[in-house]
Design a protein around this ligand. Sequence first.
Ligand code: ZN
Length: 426
Amino acid sequence: MRPVNLIDFYRLRGRQWSPAGAIGDLQSARLRRLIRHAYASVPYYRQLFDSAGVDPRQIRSAADLSRIPVTTRETLADLSPAERTARGVDLEKCRRSVTSGTTGVPLATHFSPRDATLINLSWIRAFSAAGMKPSDRSAAFVGRREVKRTRSWYEHFGLFRRREISAWESPDLWLDQLLRWRPRVITGYVMTLKLLAEVFRERRVDDWSPEHIFHSSAILDRGSRRKLESVFSCRVTDFYGSDEGGCLAWECRRCRAYHICSDMVVVEVLQDGVPADPGEEGEVVITNLHSSAQPLIRYRQNDIVRRGARPPVCGRSFPLLDRVRGRVDDFIVLKSGRKISPHPVYHSLDPLKGIRRWRVIQESPDTLTVEIEPAGEFDDSCRGAVERNLRALTAGEIGINVILRDKIPVDPDAKFRAVSSRIGSR
Ligand SMILES: [Zn+2]
């Protein structure tokens, strides 16, 4: 596979203005390629298609996808990497990440270097559409403890220069780093950004503020959006994405809805298994057209959206949706008053072995209860890793109580809070 270059980016960027028919043709061609590849080289999909009586040649476009059963995060998480990844792919060379999304079930995903770069570029396309200029510096809050220090090839040309800030550090340190880097754009997750807003206000910073905040990873409620806009006196734009799907959609000010990146991903909105009508709500099922290493075909995203009722008005052809329901969490609040964003909690638990589903509950200021639904054997070393990571995150300020559960109940009609706190939700 040839590496991605600048021409790919300009093509990708230009495509949002292509006629809908051309985008549809491209989507169908990529879908056919993915379906053939998954059937030929991924044991899980071969078995799934065979058991559902699906001949890969029957899938010509997104309209044919309903022949294929939906796959859940739980199903993929229970498979071995060999069953869910493509034969012949060197997983060591892939970009690997583990996230638990909205249901507390960690799933490892692998992307080939080419797919990973294209997905990065599609994020950049969405950021550009929202107003980021190539010369703008940005700062991104990440849930990982270690930040990425290497630079992408385009950054060496002074394009889309980006620094990461770890949500593990204290809000004061975040602000110190921002005041040094002075980015025009900040990207992050609502709970982290709210903590930043608090320290920004406390320290009465008056010689820098971001001009634009890009939010992703959770539902951005109206109150939080207003708070961020007023504290930083800046514009806030919301993006809908996931580790599995990349950038799924971004908020367009002119259309007052989210454009689906339909050249990169097929987003289906289903109500009781059939496509929702325009203007109706439904659950999101995605097919990532750039997931050759670990195909994601009709993968349940566990979010609820509303299909756009109107066509776009901004000149783009990408169809529209509105976000309705997705990840929501609480802060963890320590006795010292320090608040911890849920974001690093995900990164403390998701990569650990032996966990099928997890949930963190803070009932009191003294104890954090970690419920674990084990995957296979959850032994003392797994328990030790959970305790160690959360102790490091909370600087030992709170007791960690790990409880094993046969099953952590999930109410499909309620918001699942992977991180909930009686104190932090007040
Ligand atoms: Zn638009």
